[in-house]
Structures are given as C-alpha cells and as structure tokens.
Design a protein around this ligand. Structure first.
Ligand SMILES: [Zn+2]
Length: 253
C-alpha cells in the first residue's frame, strides 16, 4: 500500500516539476496576453452597449420630436378649420342688409379713398401693406423654410420691415385675433360675399374679435412671430373656404 502511494507521489512530482518551469516562464506571457485580450473585449463590449444605449436614446428623442411636429401640424390644421368655421358662422349670421352696407362702404372707399396709401384694385380690395410689394413666397406648392417638407402655401408672403402697418383689405368683421404656434399673432376678417382674409406673424394686432373694421384700417403690425424666418406678412384670401391666389385679387405694386 505504502509503496504504491510513494510511487504515485513520485510520479506526480516529476510530472509537476517537468511542467512547472514551462508554466511559470514561457506560458505566463501568453496568459497575460490572453487576459489583456479578454479585458479589451470586455471594454469594447461595454462601449458597444453604451453606444447602443445612446442610439436608443436618440431614436426615442427623434420619435418624440416627430410626434411633436405632427401635433403642431394637427394644431395648425385645427386652427385653419376654426377660422373657416368662424367664417361660416359669420356668413350665416350676416344679414343681406349688413352685406349691402359693407358693399356700399367698400364702394365708398373705392370712390373716396381710405386709410391705406394704395388704391383698390378691380376686386375692390386694397393691399394689406404699402408697396413696393416684394413677394418672397407665392401661392404655390413649396418646401417649408423651417421644416423642409413640401406642401401647398395657400398665401403670399410680403416682406416688410418689422412694425409696418397692416391694413384691412376691405371692410369687415374681425373673426379671429389670437396667437398660435404656427401663425404667431394673427387676425382673420370676414368681408361678406364669402371672403375671408388672414394676416399672420404680426408683432401685435390692435383689433378684437367682433370688431367692425373699415377698409384700409390698421389692424396690426408686420412681425416675425410664430413659424417665421424674418419679418413678413403671410396673407391669405379665402372665398367660401377655398384659398384664392391673393396676387390675382390685390393691387400689388
Ligand atoms: Zn407664408
């Protein structure tokens, strides 16, 4: 029994002695390199995980932004609808007598002049700002200057310095005088015969909902509030809910 144990111990020792120098000398460098390699891999994995996390965060942020943009677009559409509804309500309430009175008032303005320094065109409207008129964006499909998407621009943009007076293009009633994220400070007027005019991005308006305004009356001032890249008047003309090309109705110079 004892002899067998002694032989086993001797065998183990000789094998261990034969191996130990190799382990401690030649292979220790390999082990060190392997360990370094593993450490680097672990670091890379951690970095990749961090990058993945960042990408996820960015994707979530992008999604939130596009949601916000969609909400703004929906808000803008809702406001347009509100203006049209107000116009429809006004039209419904407007008596034939009132329409005749407005028509007469506009006729008088054509003959007798008004607050605006321009003469009415054949449509009977005066320009919403004094000339010369620089149209920086016309009634057409265009790329949005701030958001890049393509859509109909149902208006003309007239570039004017901040603070230029904005005139009512015809006698009418104020149906909107409000602030919206897209339009900034804006006013809409109902003129009878289904016409509505809309004036956006004002520094401020000086009329209230329900006010009667005369043709050429100052209703506000040119500004750059809302989604705007510089002082200008974004002007829309609608008839019975359809956007008209203002350039075809206004006496622009
Ligand atoms: Zn515009």
């Amino acid at each position: 029994m004892a002899g067998t144990n002694a032989a086993a111990v001797l065998l183990w020792t000789s094998v261990a002695l034969a191996r130990w120098p190799r382990v401690s000398a030649a292979s220790s460098r390999e082990i060190q390199q392997t360990l370094n390699g593993l450490r680097q891999q672990a670091q890379l994995a951690a970095q990749r995980q961090e990058a993945d996390g960042l990408l996820l965060e960015l994707a979530a942020e992008g999604e939130a932004l596009s949601d916000e943009f969609l909400a703004n677009a929906q808000q803008e559409a809702a406001l347009r609808q509100e203006i049209l509804d107000a116009q429809a309500a006004y039209e419904a309430a407007l008596s034939a007598e009132e329409a005749a009175r407005l028509a007469q008032q506009n006729q008088n303005n054509v003959a007798g002049g008004s607050g605006a320094a321009v003469t009415p065109g054949t449509s009977g409207f005066v320009a919403p700002v004094d000339g010369p008129h620089v149209i920086t964006s016309s009634f057409s499909v265009r790329e949005h200057p701030l958001f890049g998407y393509t859509k109909m621009h149902p208006a003309i943009d007239l570039t004017k310095n901040q603070g230029w007076p904005i005139y009512a293009i015809a006698a009418g009633t104020v149906t909107t005088a409000a602030y919206s994220e897209a339009n900034g400070y804006y006013v809409s007027l109902a003129h009878g015969s289904g016409y509505t005019s809309i004036y956006c991005h004002m520094t401020k308006y000086i009329v209230s909902v329900g006010d009667s305004v005369s043709q050429g009356q100052v209703i506000g001032y040119v500004g750059s509030t809302g989604w705007s890249t510089g002082p200008h008047l974004h002007f829309e003309l609608h008839q019975n809910g359809t956007a008209l090309n203002p350039a075809e109705y206004l006496p622009l110079s």
